[in-house]
Design a protein. Structure first.
Length: 402
RNA sequence: GGGUCGGUUGUGGAGCGGUCAAACACUGGAGACUGUAAAUCUCCCGGCUUUAUGCCUUCACAGGUUCGAAUCCUGUCCGGCCCA
């Protein structure tokens, strides 16, 4: 590991390996202390230190290179001190590749009913025992340092949809003040502390909803603080696809081209391809894993012109009970190679865990395959076609796809 | 043969004189899900329709008592258990 770090000390943190003419899409490599990440890349979500239902070995085998874990949840249980004792999150969960940690900022949003945003940080009230705790920008960094992730995020604040300029402006200002504190704390730990992962990098987060002036201001705020990577947040909170793309397009031009950019919480396969076209490099989203557990599977498809697209099926539906074909005949995942839709339908209806496992492995395989296709398309100069044609062609509800 | 407890919507199982198409659970059907309070949540599940504070039909079957019965009484049929 040390050797690698020394060998790479000359390399840039992020290298762009190919750019698409006439678009911001590119391929690249992020060098982390736990290996390289080819971009564009999708990060499976392992909030509590596990990609639900599957093992680290399995997702590695299916092609994942970096996973996302969550500060808030691991702070609660089992506690960052325990994970520190275990030697860091990589060892604790036996994931040898890079780990990206969210700061807990999303919980500021999603747990709105049980928290209060203060200048000092976020006051959370836990329903378990009623105790209250403040997650401050510094505390979030401390926890992430104990986890030893390769990329950690500043604690941020953002409102939900519908977007309001006034509220969004307040959130980028608060996020900026929190960011300054986070940067100081991260520097203190890396310089003077005993971090689990000395190579950990702190990324900033751009907020500002879909307001052009706010995205620009927020991006500039973050750039001033000297981050090596940036996340775009505050999207995928219920807004239409177009609003999301506006938010992204307003932020990207004000961030350094040579910096890696992560789009937080996005998204559908369509969202991802479009966002790559806007210059986003990495993504994370619960869709493939959560929807798999709920029976929705992503499968490749062709549109009326034979262009590559995708659709979704809900294997729990009665119409799949006697469908003895693979989930996706073109997919090489374990589920598709070995099992049928009818079997998955049965497992799901029976509440058997294997159904969720097979579905999860399939959807992750679909997403990771998609990222591979995107990188290939960029490399071989046909990403424009993909950007134009790739979309969800799932038939309207109630119609039979057979 | 005697006694006893029961027979309610696919199943289990509430209700025990009116506010009952009938709780609740399961099963079944459909929908949702975007930095995971999510192996979760929502809706439908006797029939009909203009899907509704709507109409019809209903609580093993047949009678009866009551202004009014799934609820009380009598008989019949069918189950469980106990005694012969």
């Amino acid at each position: 590991m040390t050797e690698n770090l020394e060998n790479k000390s000359e390399e840039k943190y992020f290298e762009i390996t190919k750019k698409v003419r006439g678009s911001r899409a590119r391929t690249g490599v992020i060098h982390t202390a736990h290996g390289d990440v080819l971009t564009p890349q999708f990060l499976p979500i392992g909030t509590k230190g596990t990609i639900k239902t599957v093992t680290s070995e399995e997702i590695k085998f299916w092609g994942a290179t970096m996973v996302l874990a969550n500060t808030y949840h691991l702070w609660q249980r089992p506690g960052d001190a325990l994970i520190y004792k275990a030697g860091g999150l990589h060892k604790f969960m036996n994931w040898k590749g890079p780990i990206f940690t969210d700061s807990g900022g999303f919980q500021v949003f999603s747990l709105a009913k049980m928290r209060k945003v203060l200048e000092a940080g976020v006051l959370f009230q836990f329903d378990m025992d009623g105790k209250q705790e403040i997650l401050s920008p510094e505390k979030s960094i401390d926890i992430q340092a104990n986890l030893g992730s390769d990329i950690c995020l500043i604690l941020d604040d953002f409102p939900g949809f519908p977007f309001e300029h006034k509220r969004s402006k307040e959130s980028i200002e608060l996020t900026k003040r929190w960011a300054e504190r986070a940067v100081a704390e991260h520097k203190r730990i890396i310089d003077d502390g005993d971090p689990v992962n000395p190579g950990q990098k702190l990324w900033g987060i751009v907020q500002g909803a879909s307001f052009e002036d706010l995205r620009k201001q927020s991006a500039e705020n973050m750039v001033e603080l000297g981050f090596q990577g940036f996340a775009i947040g505050g999207v995928a909170v219920g807004e239409p696809h177009e609003e999301m793309m506006k938010a992204v397009s307003y932020a990207i031009p004000h961030l350094p081209e040579e910096a890696p950019k992560h789009l937080l919480g996005v998204g559908t396969p369509y969202d991802i391809v479009q966002a790559v076209g806007q210059g986003c490099d990495t993504f994370d989203c619960v869709i493939p894993t959560r929807e798999a557990r709920h029976g929705r599977l992503y499968i490749s498809a062709r549109d009326e012109n034979g262009k590559e697209c995708y659709e979704t099926i809900d294997v729990r539906l009665a119409k799949y009970a006697e469908d003895f074909t693979p989930v996706d005949p073109t997919c090489n995942c374990y589920a598709c190679v070995n099992h049928t839709r009818a079997y998955l339908n049965h497992l799901m209806k029976s509440g058997e865990n294997l159904g969720e496992r097979l579905a999860t492995m399939h959807n992750l395989r679909f997403y990771l395959n998609l990222m591979d296709k995107i990188r290939t398309a960029v490399q071989y100069d046909y990403f424009d076609d993909m950007l134009r044609d790739f979309r969800d062609i799932t038939p309207p509800k109630g119609q039979n796809t057979e």
